[in-house]
Design a protein around this ligand. Structure first.
Ligand code: SAM
Length: 283
């Protein structure tokens, strides 16, 4: 594990960017461009919450490179014609699902700070035959998105990766239209050992930067969002923590490469780490 010194925001962002550029570029048995392993599909259905039917309708590459920790669209009622922003859109799985729901009169913007993800998202949207999507390279803390322009914000396992979550939620409040809605899937946690908080590996694996659920909700309220509540929560037991962070099939958050550094903490983290689905609204 890396040194216990505090990581700087730039170190975190660079480490996160490198991690996801590598995860989406990985080829071979688990992340080949034209294959989806049974294990990956099983993880996405059992741990993340997509249905097998939903996954069958998505280009294989977007499924194989899905690195989320929930399915924010499971509880978001999108309507035709709406504009959706997916913060940290990755290889595009949720962008593609959302684009089909809002239809040709609607639009989905995928925002990601990793160029390799942007390119892959574009490829996958093209494979899905979608024209109502746009991918933008940018930081969730300073989004290249117009004020009051978005009906729905979705995000899947991304905000935990941002060093300044207050800035992210301020941006969420800025870009939403009045009445605009939010559905986020993200990792929340209890107290974390300092070794985990100060590990770049753990940050990039969606753990080191995760914060407590109450604090997460308070930050959303402080940004001016209302009706902030957790609508679903999956608490990870030791087995889930282990497979979540040491998954052999490029699982949640691109796991598969973290392994030994976090092994010592699996038992301690069991019951402390959860994937939460959080909704909110701009008044
Ligand atoms: C765990 S992956 C999830 C990807 C996608 N949401 C999914 O469900 O497959 C996190 C993604 O967020 C992006 N990301 C991390 N921090 C970000 C930030 N501050 N701004 C924009 N994108 C960010 C990463 O590049 C990566 O694509």
């Amino acid at each position: 594990m890396e040194s216990k010194q505090k990581l700087s925001p730039d170190e975190i962002k660079e480490g996160v960017r490198r991690r996801y550029a590598e995860a989406v570029s990985r080829s071979g048995s688990c992340c080949g461009p034209n294959t989806v392993t049974k294990q990956k599909v099983q993880d996405l259905v059992e741990m993340i919450g997509y249905s097998p039917e939903e996954l069958r309708a998505i280009p294989k590459d977007a499924v194989e490179h899905a690195f989320g920790c929930g399915n924010p669209l499971a509880m978001a009622v999108l309507e035709p014609g709406q504009t959706v922003l997916d913060i940290g859109s990755g290889a595009g799985i949720d962008v593609i699902m959302a684009a089909r729901r809002v239809g040709p009169s609607g639009k989905v913007i995928g925002l990601d700070m990793t160029m390799e993800m942007i390119m892959r998202g574009k490829d996958n949207a093209r494979r899905a035959g979608l024209e109502n999507v746009e991918f933008r390279l940018g930081d969730a803390e300073d989004m290249p998105v117009e004020d009051s322009s978005i009906d729905w914000i979705i995000s899947n396992c991304v905000i935990n990766l941002a060093p300044d979550k207050d800035k992210v939620f301020a941006e969420v409040a800025r870009v939403l239209k009045p009445g605009g809605q939010v559905m986020i899937s993200d990792i929340v946690t209890g107290e974390l050992p300092v070794e985990v908080r100060s590990s770049l590996e753990a940050w990039a694996g969606c753990l080191g930067g995760a914060i407590e659920e109450d604090l997460y909700l308070q930050k959303m309220r402080d940004a001016g969002l209302v009706d902030v509540e957790v609508v679903d929560r999956v608490v990870y037991d030791a087995e889930a923590v282990n497979s979540f962070f040491n998954g052999a099939d490029c699982g949640c958050c691109g796991a598969g490469e973290i392994t030994s550094a976090l092994d010592a903490y699996v038992d301690q983290l069991a019951g402390e780490v959860a994937s939460a689905k959080i909704r909110a609204r701009k008044p």
